[in-house]
Design a protein around this ligand. Structure first.
Ligand code: 5GP
Ligand code: ZN
Length: 117
Protein backbone atom coordinates (compact mmCIF):
# COMPACT_ATOMS: atom_id res chain seq x y z
CA UNK A 1 0.00 0.00 0.00
CA UNK A 2 1.37 3.45 -0.85
CA UNK A 3 2.25 5.61 2.12
CA UNK A 4 -0.29 8.32 2.93
CA UNK A 5 0.95 11.92 3.25
CA UNK A 6 0.67 11.55 7.05
CA UNK A 7 3.23 8.75 7.09
CA UNK A 8 5.34 10.00 4.18
CA UNK A 9 8.95 10.80 5.01
CA UNK A 10 9.19 13.62 2.46
CA UNK A 11 5.96 15.25 3.69
CA UNK A 12 7.35 15.00 7.23
CA UNK A 13 10.63 16.63 6.20
CA UNK A 14 8.74 19.43 4.47
CA UNK A 15 6.58 19.93 7.57
CA UNK A 16 9.69 20.04 9.79
CA UNK A 17 8.72 16.86 11.66
CA UNK A 18 11.92 15.17 10.49
CA UNK A 19 15.11 17.22 10.16
CA UNK A 20 16.26 18.02 6.67
CA UNK A 21 18.57 20.60 5.13
CA UNK A 22 16.81 22.50 2.36
CA UNK A 23 19.21 23.35 -0.44
CA UNK A 24 16.42 25.08 -2.32
CA UNK A 25 12.75 25.68 -1.78
CA UNK A 26 9.93 27.57 -3.42
CA UNK A 27 6.14 27.30 -3.35
CA UNK A 28 6.11 24.20 -5.59
CA UNK A 29 9.11 22.12 -4.63
CA UNK A 30 12.10 21.70 -2.34
CA UNK A 31 15.49 20.04 -2.58
CA UNK A 32 17.29 17.93 0.04
CA UNK A 33 20.35 15.68 0.01
CA UNK A 34 19.65 11.98 -0.24
CA UNK A 35 20.30 10.34 3.14
CA UNK A 36 22.01 7.43 1.39
CA UNK A 37 23.96 9.02 -1.48
CA UNK A 38 25.19 6.88 -4.36
CA UNK A 39 27.55 9.60 -5.62
CA UNK A 40 29.29 12.70 -4.19
CA UNK A 41 26.26 14.76 -5.22
CA UNK A 42 22.88 13.09 -4.72
CA UNK A 43 19.93 15.43 -4.38
CA UNK A 44 16.19 14.90 -4.36
CA UNK A 45 13.89 17.44 -6.00
CA UNK A 46 10.50 16.93 -4.39
CA UNK A 47 7.17 18.59 -5.17
CA UNK A 48 5.44 20.03 -2.10
CA UNK A 49 2.24 18.25 -3.12
CA UNK A 50 2.16 14.51 -2.39
CA UNK A 51 1.93 12.65 -5.70
CA UNK A 52 2.45 8.92 -5.36
CA UNK A 53 3.88 8.36 -8.82
CA UNK A 54 4.54 10.61 -11.74
CA UNK A 55 1.61 8.89 -13.49
CA UNK A 56 -0.68 10.40 -10.88
CA UNK A 57 0.15 13.78 -12.33
CA UNK A 58 -2.31 14.83 -15.03
CA UNK A 59 -1.95 17.44 -17.80
CA UNK A 60 -2.64 20.20 -15.31
CA UNK A 61 0.64 19.21 -13.61
CA UNK A 62 2.72 19.60 -16.75
CA UNK A 63 4.19 22.91 -15.60
CA UNK A 64 5.04 21.49 -12.17
CA UNK A 65 6.82 18.50 -13.75
CA UNK A 66 8.84 20.82 -15.97
CA UNK A 67 9.58 23.01 -12.96
CA UNK A 68 11.22 20.06 -11.19
CA UNK A 69 13.68 19.68 -14.08
CA UNK A 70 14.53 23.37 -14.11
CA UNK A 71 15.10 23.36 -10.36
CA UNK A 72 17.33 20.30 -10.84
CA UNK A 73 19.40 22.42 -13.21
CA UNK A 74 19.59 25.25 -10.67
CA UNK A 75 20.80 23.01 -7.85
CA UNK A 76 23.20 21.15 -10.16
CA UNK A 77 24.83 24.53 -10.77
CA UNK A 78 24.84 25.28 -7.03
CA UNK A 79 26.53 21.96 -6.32
CA UNK A 80 29.10 22.37 -9.09
CA UNK A 81 28.07 19.44 -11.27
CA UNK A 82 26.36 21.34 -14.06
CA UNK A 83 29.45 21.40 -16.28
CA UNK A 84 30.70 17.90 -15.50
CA UNK A 85 27.25 16.38 -15.94
CA UNK A 86 24.69 14.67 -13.80
CA UNK A 87 21.83 12.23 -14.04
CA UNK A 88 18.18 13.02 -13.40
CA UNK A 89 16.11 9.95 -12.56
CA UNK A 90 12.63 9.09 -11.39
CA UNK A 91 12.11 5.59 -10.03
CA UNK A 92 8.59 4.66 -10.93
CA UNK A 93 7.05 1.70 -9.11
CA UNK A 94 8.38 -1.62 -7.80
CA UNK A 95 10.49 -2.71 -10.78
CA UNK A 96 12.37 0.57 -10.66
CA UNK A 97 12.91 0.18 -6.93
CA UNK A 98 10.80 3.12 -5.81
CA UNK A 99 10.93 3.15 -2.02
CA UNK A 100 9.29 6.46 -1.13
CA UNK A 101 5.80 6.85 -2.59
CA UNK A 102 6.06 10.58 -3.12
CA UNK A 103 7.24 11.67 -6.56
CA UNK A 104 10.85 12.86 -6.52
CA UNK A 105 13.57 13.57 -9.03
CA UNK A 106 17.05 12.25 -8.21
CA UNK A 107 19.95 14.48 -9.26
CA UNK A 108 23.15 12.44 -9.18
CA UNK A 109 26.64 13.59 -10.10
CA UNK A 110 30.18 14.22 -8.99
CA UNK A 111 31.55 10.99 -10.45
CA UNK A 112 31.41 9.05 -13.70
CA UNK A 113 28.11 7.13 -13.76
CA UNK A 114 27.57 3.79 -15.46
CA UNK A 115 24.82 3.49 -18.03
CA UNK A 116 21.88 1.29 -17.20
CA UNK A 117 18.70 0.57 -19.09
P1 5GP B 1 13.45 5.99 -4.45
O1 5GP B 1 14.13 4.69 -4.20
O2 5GP B 1 12.01 5.97 -3.96
O3 5GP B 1 13.55 6.48 -5.86
O4 5GP B 1 14.24 7.07 -3.62
C1 5GP B 1 13.98 7.38 -2.29
C2 5GP B 1 15.24 8.00 -1.78
O5 5GP B 1 14.94 8.67 -0.58
C3 5GP B 1 16.33 6.97 -1.47
O6 5GP B 1 17.46 7.23 -2.29
C4 5GP B 1 16.60 7.18 0.02
O7 5GP B 1 17.97 7.10 0.33
C5 5GP B 1 16.03 8.57 0.28
N1 5GP B 1 15.53 8.75 1.63
C6 5GP B 1 14.74 7.91 2.33
N2 5GP B 1 14.46 8.39 3.55
C7 5GP B 1 15.08 9.60 3.63
C8 5GP B 1 15.17 10.59 4.66
O8 5GP B 1 14.62 10.49 5.75
N3 5GP B 1 15.90 11.70 4.37
C9 5GP B 1 16.53 11.86 3.17
N4 5GP B 1 17.23 13.00 2.98
N5 5GP B 1 16.47 10.95 2.17
C10 5GP B 1 15.76 9.82 2.40
ZN1 ZN C 1 4.54 12.88 0.75
Amino acid sequence: MPQSPAECVFCKIYAGEIPGEFLYRDDRCFVIRDINPVAPVHLLVIPVEHYVHSVDASPEHEAMLGHLMLVAQTVAKQEGVYETGYRMAVNQGPNAGQTVDHLHLHVIGGRRLEHEG
